[in-house]
Design a protein around this ligand. Structure first.
Ligand code: FES
Length: 107
């Protein structure tokens, strides 16, 4: 199963094996990774599942669609090049080792 590395607010890392097809947000919630609130439950309407995707993986992801991009304009922490909504990233074997940093604030 593909592994996701979550870099937490305190700088520590949690590495979790994801079910293929599960989103980065779902995997975090199921394993009590703190800092991803996901208030809308993954319907791409709350922007509280914001993460910063590591540079080495950004170009391997499908770019954000218009709705995600619009929500990313309103995230609580600064929008950076690697900013994505973690509910919109479905894990595949090709994404093994995906590293995401959790922002300081989601609200
Ligand atoms: S969980 Fe709400 S936008 Fe991702």
């Amino acid at each position: 199963m593909p592994t996701i590395h979550y870099i937490l607010k305190d700088g520590s890392t949690r590495s979790i094996e994801a079910k293929p097809g599960a989103s980065v947000m779902e995997t975090a919630i199921h394993h009590n990774v703190r800092g991803i609130d996901a208030e809308c439950g993954g319907s791409c309407s709350c922007a509280t599942c914001h993460v910063y995707v590591d540079d080495t993986f950004i170009d391997r992801l499908t770019p954000p669609d218009d709705m995600e991009s619009e929500l990313l304009d309103g995230v609580a922490s600064e929008r950076l090049r690697g900013s994505r909504l973690s509910c919109q990233i479905a894990m595949t074997a090709e994404l093994d080792g995906l590293t995401v940093r959790i922002p300081q604030s989601q609200a």
